[in-house]
Ligand binder design. Sequence first.
Ligand SMILES: C[S@@+](CC[C@H](N)C(=O)[O-])C[C@H]1O[C@@H](n2cnc3c(N)ncnc32)[C@H](O)[C@@H]1O
Length: 231
Amino acid sequence: MGSVDWAELQRNLEATIPVYDKINRFATLGQVNRWRRMVADQLPGDGKILEIGCGPGSFAEIVRGGDLTCLDPIQGMLDVAEKRVSSVRKERGDSPARFVLGTAESLPFEDNSFDAACSLFSFRDWFDKRAGLAESLRVLRPGAKITIADPAKMNGIHGLLGHAYMRFWVGAYARWVCGVKDHPWKWLTKTYVHFGTTRDYVNMMRDVGFVDVKGKVIFPGMATIWQGTVP
Ligand SMILES: C[S@@+](CC[C@H](N)C(=O)[O-])C[C@H]1O[C@@H](n2cnc3c(N)ncnc32)[C@H](O)[C@@H]1O
């Protein structure tokens, strides 16, 4: 993941938990939940679903039905997600979700064991995206789809503008919300800088072995949704 140190990124991500949803809504101009619903609509109504990089459960809580597994490398994120997701699933009468510690690059699951996978605002943090995609391919059954959402760049110039937006505007807001100068949110702007274009990851998904790969820009510089199918 370029010059960004993954372990340090993870420590900083953990520190964002209390303000995560608030800053995300602000940084995406209130659009983030609409994008999450767009991904949720792509998931099958039943079957085994894997969310890679569930964070504090902001997406997992809106997944209705299915047999849901939430994976994240930070135990603190899983603890928050479990509390939040378990209660909404119980209220809705859905089966309990599972919460598993692990990374995308080394998924602790058997081959062909899921009917769908998704990853929202996490892919850009994976320290080896190609390995993570290959692992997703391995654990999905033939015909299953992976759906990924993250803020890809359109091109270099766009990347610079997006970086300026994240650094100065979102940075100032995050400093104000966190009440500290050296706020952890700035780490999320670092992974944004190192993240590629929509096309880069369409190509990577194809190289790894997914078919029918598509990358749709939902909001330039803030959200692309990629989808690929296991042959
Ligand atoms: C910004 S949160 C996203 C939470 C949620 N998916 C959402 O919609 O808001 C990103 C999560 O990805 C996780 N993550 C970072 N690197 C990862 C990796 N290599 N494999 C799996 N998850 C990772 C982080 O621990 C973090 O909890």
